[in-house]
Design a protein around this ligand. Structure first.
Ligand code: BG6
Length: 526
């Protein structure tokens, strides 16, 4: 047996898996076949929140509509509301009608609605969990969910410990042989490294590691999964994917919306905790990691953890980070309020709605290549992209005037909207008497090449939870490493006072431009 095969056999034995199950490359299973969840149900905590109504409920319907849920699927809502099953069913119905991706079909809805139940109770009341237990037991018989249930915590993180404690004490977290119980936890996973570690240990006392699914919905996006596919399915890119050719990497997540009525969640959290700690650092990890031995969850997550461990901060945080807060301005032709005028935001709030940071990845592949991450609300347009910006050619054999309009080559994953991959390079301008070079863009658009529209991230992730398939869910070490990177920046920012104001509809505070200009570079204008 060769060294790699030996490593795989050892790893697979350690993980309690068969070699075939753990090695998709050699596994005879045809992964193009649809994966359909077996008999099971879901208990939803936080039934009236935005997440539940805009994402989770519609995704469940979309999965049912695509034939990927068992026909006997059950959905139990649990909350302190004076509701009957019919009331909750109506809530789910409205959410589905308004937000589902796939067309509404009455027969699918009827089938789903038959498995909907509501349990009224306080999250801190042990008796309510006994009612929940009884409801689940009834469904196991009447719907045939066979004891398999996922608990989806779409609730404020401050309530996680209470719910987890009661799931444990009531025996709900416990699975019996041949059945499963899983928990789905939504971000934010903690507020800093200490609280994240604490939360991980609380969760670990209630559910075994393989039953915990931490959702980072960016990992459920097709375009994000495609980063690894493009890098490792092709021969063209990897030779250039290193400090010999790459000048810098820019990861941008720009939103045109403000905080959209989420003051209670957002104030005190801010842009860096809200999306850099999770979505943007995950994008960085996928862009910078080494090739995994296989696409098993163990191998992919190991490589992500390795690259996150290699990240270091510039010594002078003030010079290489920027933060801002949106002021009033214009968006899409209409006047919009500044962050401090939003309902529920105190006028003294120090919360950042824009954050930009520079990170280094200290390993041989990336030595000397800065990774710039930026995100903000109320920016010029909604766009998320990962741009690999290449160095200039060592020598340009043209007259200087010929290449004045040539900038750095760039390879760009456009995560959303207009999902695409583009390459920017220099080309001869036709019809000129002498050579003149100008930037051109070669563009692959998903919609031109594939007939199916991409599923919502939540469809993919919820299905993975029900199938017990973990690669797209960050494990504790990844979460803690991400906080370890961010903590010193957040601590420094906390000493700085009020963030700089920036005009809504623009591209963030001046300090963001100054920060990158110090490195003699500039932000891409997506
Ligand atoms: C969430 C953040 O995780 O991602 C929100 O909490 C943000 O503040 C949202 O608006 C953006 O998600 P998407 O999929 O629209 O880019």
């Amino acid at each position: 047996m060769g060294a790699i095969a030996q490593h795989r056999a050892k790893r697979d034995a350690g993980a309690g898996m068969t070699a075939a199950a753990a090695n998709p490359l050699r596994d005879p299973v045809d992964y193009r076949l649809p994966r359909v969840a077996g008999p099971c149900g879901m208990v939803l905590f936080g039934v009236t929140g935005d997440l539940a109504t805009k994402k989770v409920m519609p995704a469940i319907f979309d999965l049912a509509n695509r034939g990927l849920l068992p026909p006997t699927f059950s959905l139990v809502g649990f909350a302190r509301r004076d509701w009957l099953d019919e009331d909750f069913t109506q809530i789910v119905h409205d959410a589905v009608r308004e937000h589902s991706r796939t067309p509404f079909r009455e027969e699918i809805w009827q089938q789903l609605a038959e498995g909907i139940r509501f349990v009224a109770g306080d999250l801190a009341d042990p008796a309510a969990y006994q009612d929940l237990k009884a409801a689940i037991a009834e469904l196991d018989v009447s719907r045939g969910t066979l004891g398999n249930h996922a608990f989806y915590l779409a609730i404020p993180p401050g309530l996680f410990p209470t719910v987890l404690k009661h799931l444990k004490e009531s025996g709900l977290a416990e699975s019996h042989p041949g059945t499963w119980r899983r928990v789905v936890i939504e971000k934010p996973f903690g507020h800093d490294l200490v609280s994240a570690t604490e939360l991980n240990s609380i969760v670990g006392e209630v559910f075994p590691a393989e039953s915990v699914f931490r959702i980072d919905h960016y990992l459920g996006k097709e375009t994000v999964q495609n980063i690894l596919t493009v890098r490792f399915a092709n021969v063209m890119y990897e030779p250039l994917w290193n400090s010999n050719y790459v000048d810098n990497v820019q990861i941008t997540m720009a939103e045109d919306i403000g905080i959209s009525g989420r003051a209670g969640y957002y104030d005190g959290i801010g842009a860096a905790r809200d999306v850099i700690q999770n979505h943007l650092l995950q994008l960085l990890a996928l862009t910078a990691m080494e090739e995994p031995l296989s696409f098993s969850s163990e191998d992919v997550r190991l490589e992500k953890e390795r690259v996150l461990s290699a990240i270091t901060l510039p010594t002078q945080i003030d010079l290489h980070t920027a933060r801002g807060q949106y002021a009033s301005g214009w968006q899409g032709g209409i006047p919009v309020r500044g962050f401090l005028e939003e309902d529920g935001i105190p006028p003294t709030s120090m919360t950042d709605t824009f954050a930009a940071i520079r990170l280094n990845v200290d390993n041989r592949r990336w030595a000397g290549v800065p990774f710039y991450l930026r995100t903000g609300k109320r920016l010029g347009r909604r766009v998320t992209e990962v741009a690999i910006v290449f160095k200039r050619a060592q020598h340009l054999p043209f007259a200087q005037t010929a290449n004045e309009e040539l900038s750095n080559n760039a390879f760009v994953f456009r995560i959303q909207p207009d999902e695409s991959i583009s390459v920017k390079f220099g080309s001869k301008v036709p019809n000129t008497s002498s050579i003149e070079v100008r930037d051109v863009i070669m563009d692959f658009q998903y919609r031109d090449s594939f007939l199916d529209s991409s599923p919502e991230a939540y469809e993919r992730l919820i299905l993975d939870v029900l199938l017990g398939d973990p690669p797209l869910f960050p494990r504790p070490r990844e979460v803690e490493l991400a906080w370890q990177i961010l903590d010193p920046i957040l601590n420094r920012w906390a000493e700085q006072g009020r963030p700089e104001q920036y005009v809504s509809g623009g591209w963030g505070p001046d300090s963001a431009n100054e920060m990158i200009a110090r490195d003699a570079r500039q932000w891409r204008r997506p």
